[in-house]
Ligand binder design. Structure first.
Ligand code: ADP
Ligand code: MG
Length: 199
């Protein structure tokens, strides 16, 4: 398996397609515990990313992640734009070669997670995207990365009480709903998982 520039563009393009396909669902989830714009925000940013990739292919693997960071940062908006932007910027900084090994993937994504935590001043258990990122990375490290593992992490956000972001304003009433950012992150990891099999 070669985790090179083409692999990264392919997997992020698939992430974009999944978000665009689930735009309404993501916004509906955000409608329940936020302001209803998560799908619109993410689909806007990822449509721009597909355009950026097709107009000018990034020169290196590192640049694929940097372009993703800059595009999401400038086009997504809301809380999630800067959070995903920080994640991809940190991943880009961590990459120092033209290819990655499968063994390096958890460390790259860990750097992304740290970007989210630093920017969001948040950690696992607060009903955010972190509640998918952290278990997904742990599963990768333990060779247990699977569609079911990603889905299980997402489903666990349902019973959590939000203590960060807009959903935290609802307090106890945030319980019983999936977190929209966790859902969009589950699409990212599902795309990553599929890309591993494809190479
Ligand atoms: P906004 O809340 O500004 O409308 P979005 O709707 O695009 O932004 O994104 C909301 C998602 O962002 C939440 O579902 C949650 O997963 C994530 N989020 C919000 N605040 C934080 C935070 N401090 N740390 C991590 N993730 C967060
Ligand atoms: Mg919102």
């Amino acid at each position: 398996m070669t985790l090179d520039k083409e692999w990264a563009i392919g997997f992020l393009d698939d992430f974009a397609d999944r978000v665009i396909e689930n735009k309404q669902l993501l916004s509906d989830l955000d409608q329940a515990i936020g302001d209803g714009d998560h799908g619109v925000n993410m689909a806007r940013g990822l449509t721009e990313l597909k355009k950026a990739f097709s107009e000018k292919s990034p020169a290196t693997l590192k640049d694929v992640f940097k372009t993703t960071a800059m595009t999401l940062l400038s086009k997504v908006g809301g809380a999630s734009g800067p959070l995903y932007g920080s994640a991809f910027l940190n991943m880009s900084k961590k990459i120092d070669a033209d290819t990655l090994t499968k063994e390096q993937l958890p460390d790259i994504f860990e750097a992304g997670l740290e970007g989210i935590e630093n920017r969001g001043k948040s950690h696992a258990g607060e009903k955010t995207m972190i509640d998918v990122w952290e278990p997904a990375i742990n599963a990768m490290r333990q060779n247990e990365f699977s569609s079911d593992a990603i889905e299980a992490a997402l489903q666990k956000t349902k019973d959590m009480k939000a203590t960060k972001g807009r959903a935290s304003y609802l307090g106890e009433r945030s319980i019983g709903h999936l977190d929209p950012g966790a859902y969009s992150s589950s699409l990212l990891f599902q795309a990553l998982l599929k890309s591993e099999g494809a190479k």
